[in-house]
Design a protein around this ligand. Structure first.
Ligand SMILES: *Cc1c(COP(=O)(O)O)cnc(C)c1O
Length: 413
């Protein structure tokens, strides 16, 4: 049995240590991650006599000073900096969304962050920034999230992609390479990359690390040299399966370009979503640690189960598990009763899906299999339920997957 080359017990301990190390790494005077998660983006509230952040639903901002507005618009056109004072128009910026951006930047350890209507809108904006500079070539490592793979492979935004192994990045760089794109742990195989070595290989080309799976609780890619950190905030940052969003954490110079693209192309985040994300961040460290400890235990049990061929669980820890079964994965999906059979991840409830059928369906079958996404692979996003209840459900569904179980009664106590 290949257990994805990890000792799950160590990985589980590491989850704790990473949190503490991150707090220390933030240095004297800086606040620890758990504190930032609760307070960042809200520091002005108490002085205003507020506790919950206000939700600003304005699409436009009245002003009797049109000379002043002209100056603000000119300033935005120059460097994309957040306009001083009210934002003129909702597509230029929104105060509630800005609170979430401030908080996420603090958590990722970047100067800035720019939020979008979805993870794909965020990735599109990054590609458009580089394409507009004539840097249309992207070097990327598979696997990526299925739609990210598709966006690049289909050239929908005019990018040209070269797929490489991590060792091939340096040789693949060209004068028109605008971006190197990686995910670690990767969706859906949970393959992990040496971000520091990759950042080194990138030289002056910006490295974009999709940190959706790890979250800043487990990993802060800018500390390894990534210039851009992408999140599908739809997943762990929101954390409750009820908000769709994306965000890029980066230096202020790149953030300015992203805001200009966001303004011109319109992939803005709704203020209500901004509010929900800020609220989600406050429990992010607690959710990620609790779900990770459930996941480590489930990975351990799956690895010991003869119905399971292979378990992939990151050294970094985290709440995602990928596993290959000997039986029929479609039967497992059809047989869960407590676990939710649905694409997406990072919610408080446990979700299972079959990447070859859903999240990575859009990737050509040969490319998909070639990057380790086997037809027998299942992806489990572990939530906050009791681990014994989860195991009972998974155990029963695996029995069905082997063709020996059939439909069972709900596993709820
Ligand atoms: C879901 C996901 C995306 C896309 O995000 P959306 O919010 O669905 O647009 C990008 N990267 C990863 C790793 C994802 O899991």
């Amino acid at each position: 049995m290949d257990f994805g080359s990890i000792d799950v017990r160590d990985a589980c301990d590491d989850v704790e240590e990473t949190g503490q190390a991150t707090a220390k790494a933030m240095g004297t005077g800086a606040r620890a991650l758990a504190t930032e998660a609760v307070h960042a983006g809200r520091d002005d509230l108490a002085r205003q006599g507020l506790h919950a952040p206000p939700i600003d639903l304005s699409t436009t901002y009245p002003s009797y000073d049109s000379r002043g507005e002209a100056a603000r618009i000119d300033a935005f056109a120059t460097d994309g900096a957040e306009p001083e004072g009210p934002p003129v128009y909702g597509r230029l910026g929104n105060p509630t969304v800005a609170r979430f951006e401030t908080a996420l930047a603090r958590l990722e350890g970047t100067e800035s962050a720019v939020a979008f209507a979805s993870g794909m809108a965020a990735l599109s904006a990054v590609l458009l920034v580089r394409n507009a500079m004539g840097l249309r070539h992207v070097v990327a490592v598979r696997p990526l999230y299925g739609c990210s793979d598709h966006l690049l492979t289909a050239g929908l935004l005019g990018s040209e992609v070269t797929w490489v192994d991590p060792a091939g990045i340096e040789d693949a760089l060209r004068p028109d390479t605008g971006l190197v794109l990686v995910e670690s742990p990767a969706n859906p195989t949970l393959a992990e990359l040496d971000l520091r070595a990759i950042a080194h290989a990138c030289g002056s080309v910006p490295l974009l690390a999709d940190n959706t799976f790890a979250t800043p609780v487990l990993q802060r890619p800018v500390e390894s040299g990534a210039r851009l950190v992408l999140h599908s905030a739809t997943k762990y940052l929101g954390g409750h399966g009820d908000v769709m969003a994306g965000v890029v954490a980066c230096d202020e110079e790149f953030a300015g370009r992203l805001r200009q693209v966001r303004f011109a192309t319109g992939g803005v985040l709704h203020p209500l979503a901004g509010y929900l994300l800020l609220r989600g961040l406050s429990t992010l460290p607690v959710r990620v640690r609790a779900a990770s400890s459930n996941a480590a235990e489930l990975a351990r049990r799956l690895a010991a189960d003869p119905r399971v061929a292979r378990v992939h669980y990151p050294r970094l820890g985290g709440a995602m598990i990928a596993f290959e079964i000997h039986g029929d994965p479609h039967e497992v999906i059809a047989s869960v009763r407590l676990i939710t059979p649905a694409v997406s991840l990072g919610s408080v409830d446990t979700l299972i899906q079959h990447p070859a059928s859903i999240s990575h369906r859009i990737v050509d079958a040969e490319d998909r299999r070639g990057s380790g996404v086997s037809d027998r692979l299942l992806r489990l996003s572990v939530g906050l339920e009791d681990v014994e209840d989860l195991w009972r459900d998974l155990d029963g569904a695996l029995g069905a997957g082997r063709g020996s179980g059939g439909l069972r009664k709900p596993a709820l106590r």
